[in-house]
Write a protein that binds this ligand. Structure first.
Ligand code: GDP
Length: 424
């Protein structure tokens, strides 16, 4: 276990499962002590929800920090931005909050032809991935194929009228959907430029300056690390690196400067889309858990697959993210359960495995080994202590934040986030 006492300037929050862990709320809690909140990957496929009082706020591109006064909300170069959706989000904010947004000039843009080509691919695929169909994967393909359109491009005088139409004609021709969405793309890029030009900047340089001024940065990964393009359950993954490892390429800020990585996990597990999910449960038990947890997608409304907390998967996530502490969410969903089923190992061909396998074939043949861990009457520090201690024994990592409900103020914080002498 790590020493937690050191002074913290920069923190990173990552999802440890398959997304939807409640990162939005944890980022919101930690943002009150940050100067800037920075997103480093993904696009409008994220859906962060936070309840301030009973008012529900949902953000897709913008980090939760934007809802706090005086904090910069930075969209890093690793993101792919969907203009219409970003403009809708901005529309709901007061002008003062919009003035605190900074958008990387290197962030890529998701255009209508990206969504069109993704729909065609998912519809015709023998094994669809179950993506959000927003065009995010194809936008990343264009980025790595060196064909992408970046925020800085459309801010360049003359680019939208002079260069973009020809480029889109060439791209859509190559994709077999000639001319698809070109007029719409030009229109939306013009609107984006008009509304947000003054927010576009070199965010790498900005973050470096903020660091030098001693400002506190809070980074957030969207989705979850089990969906990481390299280390997740490929090919059933997202198109970017939601793990802590994505922070460097997604911002240009050195991960060596991050003082603490907090991983968010629910007290059970969920997954959207297709692909391996070793602790998945089915039938009435699953339906009851899904209903109790309100497990329906924020972005798509799709019912989420549900399962038990998966310790081998968490151990993998701890290693991958170089994790310092857990933020445990949605434990209130299991209030009153005498014992909590937890997957502590898997069986594969008669052998017991404590680690998450790398191979997709192995993942499909796993049989979970379930233990019953102590339950709690209600989520608070005392009732949950036996469960939290058991989690730490199994993974070597302490819980630093315990979310006790969906509202912003329903939270217990422990070391190192609790100031000396402060009670949770
Ligand atoms: P993200 O994609 O990881 O940011 O996930 P969301 O922010 O969309 O969170 C998933 C849902 O869980 C949202 O509806 C949150 O309001 C809700 N939520 C977060 N933490 C808790 C919690 O501790 N208890 C309950 N009941 N709901 C929570």
């Amino acid at each position: 276990m790590r020493e937690l006492e050191k002074q913290m300037q920069h923190i990173c929050v990552v999802g440890l499962n398959w997304g939807d862990e409640g990162k939005g709320k944890i980022v919101d809690v930690l943002a009150s002590d940050a100067d800037a909140v920075v997103r480093y990957q993904g696009g409008a496929n994220a859906g962060h929800t936070v309840y301030i009082g009973e008012v529900r706020h949902v953000l897709h591109h913008l980090p939760m920090g934007v809802l706090h006064d005086g904090i910069l909300a930075v969209l890093g170069n690793g993101m792919v931005l969907e203009p219409a959706k970003l403009l809708d989000e901005v529309e709901l904010l007061p002008e003062e909050a919009v003035s605190r947004i900074r958008i990387s000039d290197r962030a890529h843009i998701v255009l209508p032809h990206h969504a069109a080509v993704e729909k065609l691919r998912e519809q015709s695929a023998a094994h669809p991935i179950g993506t959000t169909l927003r065009g995010i994967g194809p936008a990343y393909q264009d980025k790595f194929g060196r064909d992408g359109i970046r925020m800085g491009d459309i801010m360049t005088p003359g680019f939208i009228e002079g260069v973009l139409p020809g480029k889109l004609r060439e791209l859509t021709q190559r994709l077999g959907i000639p001319g698809e969405g070109i007029d719409e793309a030009i229109q939306i890029c013009n609107r984006l430029k008009e509304r947000l030009e003054s927010q576009v900047t070199d965010t790498r340089q900005l973050l470096h300056k903020l660091h030098q001024q001693g400002k506190k940065l809070l980074f957030e990964g969207a989705q979850g690390c089990m969906l990481d393009i390299d280390f997740g359950t490929y090919p059933f993954v997202t198109s970017s690196s939601p793990s802590f490892l994505g922070l460097g390429p997604g911002t240009g800020f050195s991960p060596r400067k991050i003082d603490h990585v907090v991983g968010v996990t629910k007290a059970y597990c969920t997954r959207v889309g297709e692909g391996p999910f070793p602790s998945e449960i089915h039938g009435e038990e699953a339906e009851a858990l899904r209903e109790a947890g309100g497990e329906f997608g924020t972005t798509t409304g799709r019912p989420r697959r549900v399962g038990w907390l998966d310790i081998p998967a968490l151990r993998f996530a701890v290693e991958l993210n170089d994790l310092d502490s857990f933020a445990l969410t949605k434990a209130d969903v299991l209030d009153g359960w005498e014992t909590i089923p937890v997957v502590t190992a898997y069986r594969l061909d008669g052998e017991e495995l404590g680690q998450f396998p790398d191979s997709l074939t192995d993942l499909e043949g796993l049989e979970p080994v379930i233990e019953q861990w102590p339950g709690w009457s209600q989520v608070d520090e005392v009732s949950m202590r036996p469960f939290i201690d058991r989690l730490m024994q199994a993974t070597g990592i302490p819980v630093s934040i315990l979310s006790t409900g969906r509202r912003r103020d329903e939270v217990c914080v422990f070391e190192p986030f609790r100031a000396e002498g402060e009670l949770a």
